[in-house]
Design a protein around this ligand. Structure first.
Ligand code: LLP
Length: 419
């Protein structure tokens, strides 16, 4: 459920007409709904209600906007970060450092230091050497860094190849069969409090089955580690729950997920950690755009909109599906392609799809754009960086301004030898 609905024939976000935002802020623009974020956060939490000890860290990469992070902090979420920049955002949004988990396959020494300095809650280690370095940095500061080993369980998540992370061929985690030996060597290091295991096998999962298999393997590892005398107090189960991008999608609900986790982890006796991103944010945002032209095409007409692959990269990158809807639908439909102005054949949002009949000047939305949308935007083709708006009831605020091509150009210069 969301709060992007037709009121008197016109799409609103909560009580704000999208046409008003388009008139006042311009397009393209991402528009988020506070109530939808809150609802998703609560549904996720309720799904885990049966678990005694847990920590939920929003995967900042899905939507790092400061207002969004604050909103989720108010809902009791911590943050899962993968860079010093994301860590700085989480802290700036008011998330306590102790509620931050630092994931990521290539943390720099400076980023490890930054995490130690602010006292983050947990580092998820990706390789033995990272643990050795973190221990040395922490010991030099008189600290013991809370850490887990991220394992790769070699499970096929059954999702798009480019968002799979838990197969042996992927760069993430360390092979699960090596985890015990690495744990043995890292656990005694003076700067580490090696306290558990982490796993994340991929994103936009449509079935619980691969997650369950991965968690079973982690459970076996936990038993093996304890059998060897290690203390295992924390297990981070990552993110990955899929969301419906189209009406026919039927991903598992947070309640189904929670029930599965409860069953699989019943005798683990650990604090369980979660890193949801998409399931909290995807359907809390849309990309609002204006139709520039309807251009006759060789096969179908081309609806050329003012948003492009630089604003929303998911379609070009993963052949993702985003619903396209008119802000003031007449009820008439036509079969068309939807594309942006960028000079690439992959800058296409929909091909040969039956959509609302639109004309130049009409407003439209691409749905489910609240996760991996604005955060993956670029200024390719020297287009401005797309702004973001957060709606709350009958008001809204621009929570990230449009960064113009001129502002970006101001950071460049022509060297003297060319002048
Ligand atoms: N934890 C870790 C360690 C991750 O790598 C990710 C996502 C998450 C949590 C959050 O996963 P989620 O709950 O959102 O599925 N740009 C792609 C998705 C990349 C996901 C990367 N890792 C897309 O637009 O589909």
């Amino acid at each position: 459920m969301d709060h992007f609905t037709l009121i008197d024939g016109e799409l609103h976000v909560e009580n704000v007409p999208l046409a008003r935002i388009a008139a006042e802020v311009g397009t393209p623009v991402y528009v988020y709904s506070t109530a939808t974020f809150q609802r998703h956060a609560r549904v996720f939490r309720d799904g885990l209600a049966g678990l005694k000890r847990k920590h939920v860290a929003f995967a900042v990469k899905a939507n790092p906007n400061l207002a969004v992070l604050r909103l989720l902090a108010n809902e009791g979420f911590g943050a899962d970060v993968v860079s010093g920049g994301e860590l700085a955002r989480a802290l700036a949004a008011g998330i306590p450092a102790s509620d931050v988990v630092f994931s990521g396959v290539g943390k720099t020494r400076a980023e490890l230091e930054q995490g130690l300095q602010v006292g983050i809650g947990q580092f998820n280690l990706e390789l033995e050497e990272e643990g050795v370095v973190l221990s040395a940095l922490a010991a030099a500061r008189g600290q013991r860094a809370p850490a887990t080993l991220r394992v790769n369980p070699d499970v096929d998540a059954g999702t798009h190849e480019k968002i799979s992370t838990g197969k042996a061929e992927n760069k993430f985690g360390l092979p699960i069969h090596e985890a015990k030996a690495i744990f043995d060597r890292l656990a005694p290091l003076p700067g580490l409090n090696l306290r558990g295991v982490a796993v994340h096998i991929g994103s936009q999962l449509q079935s619980l089955e691969p997650l369950e298999r991965a968690f079973e393997r982690v459970g076996e590892l936990v038993r093996e580690l304890r059998g060897a005398g290690h203390t295992v107090s924390h297990v981070d189960l990552g993110g990955g729950l899929g969301v419906p991008y189209r009406a026919s999608d039927n991903p598992p609900s947070p309640a189904d997920f929670g029930a599965m986790v409860e069953r699989v982890t019943r005798d683990w006796d650990v604090e369980l950690m979660f890193e949801p991103g998409r399931v909290i944010s995807a359907n809390a945002g849309v990309l609002l755009t204006e139709v520039l032209w309807v251009k006759p095409g060789g096969i179908n007409p081309w609806v050329i909109v003012d948003s492009a692959m630089n604003d929303l990269a998911r379609v070009a990158l993963y052949d993702a599906y985003h619903d396209f809807e008119a802000v003031r639908p007449s009820g008439a439909k036509f079969v068309a392609n939807v594309a942006g102005p960028v000079c690439e054949s992959s800058d296409v949002f929909a091909k040969g799809r039956e959509i609302d009949l639109v004309r130049s000047g009409d407003l439209a939305i691409l749905r489910s754009a609240g996760a991996y949308g604005a955060t993956m935007a670029s200024t390719y083709n020297s287009r401005p960086l797309v702004p973001e708006v957060l709606v709350h009831g009958d008001r809204y605020e621009v929570v990230a301004g449009r960064i113009s091509a001129e502002t970006i150009m101001a950071e460049e210069h022509v060297p003297a030898w060319l002048q």
